[in-house]
Design a protein around this ligand. Structure first.
Ligand SMILES: [Zn+2]
Length: 165
């Protein structure tokens, strides 16, 4: 079972940065987009596979089947994980660290937050969002412990009558 799970969004990054962080952490980047395509060729599955080699894997089961639907006027983007249990089993059986990757820059509006939440609820596995340096390229550390943020968010939502689903 993998000992460490990180999350990241590649928006605003360069593919070479992904390779660097994967090598630094000796991690597998698991692409959890429902469709591993992009308007930008460098972010398509084939290109990533070629660049990252063994550091790349796909897990569409952890994709958001509703990713094409826009956010509601006053609500978040709808999220439905394709097949969480199958995806989680796949991720957790890795022996090396795993980086769950989507395109979205923001953790809070990305479906990876739902994945991380479910990993905690069902498996008591804690994940960390990669802490990229906003000013320059490489991740300055890999330590933002997002769970506290999520718990804070839950409290905020609870107090405003909303539910995270
Ligand atoms: Zn996303």
């Amino acid at each position: 079972m993998t000992t460490q799970i990180y999350t990241m969004g590649y928006e605003g990054r360069k593919p070479a940065e992904l390779l660097r962080v994967a090598e630094q952490l000796d991690a597998t980047i698991v692409d959890i987009r429902l469709r591993a395509t992009s308007a930008h060729p460098q972010w398509r599955e084939g290109a990533l596979r070629e660049l990252l080699g063994d550091h790349y894997a796909r897990c569409a089961q952890l994709g958001n089947t509703r990713y094409r639907e826009p956010a509601g006027a006053d609500g978040p983007r709808p999220i439905e994980i394709a097949d969480f249990d199958a995806g989680a089993a796949y991720v957790l059986e890795n022996s090396c660290p795993v980086i769950l990757m989507c395109s979205c820059r923001q953790l809070t509006t990305c479906h990876r937050l739902s994945v991380v939440q479910l990993l905690w609820e069902r498996h008591r596995v804690e994940c960390r969002e990669l802490d990229w340096d906003e000013t320059g390229g490489a991740p300055k550390s890999v330590g933002i412990y997002w769970l506290e943020k999520w718990q804070d968010m839950q409290k905020m939502k609870a107090s405003s009558g909303e539910e995270i689903s």
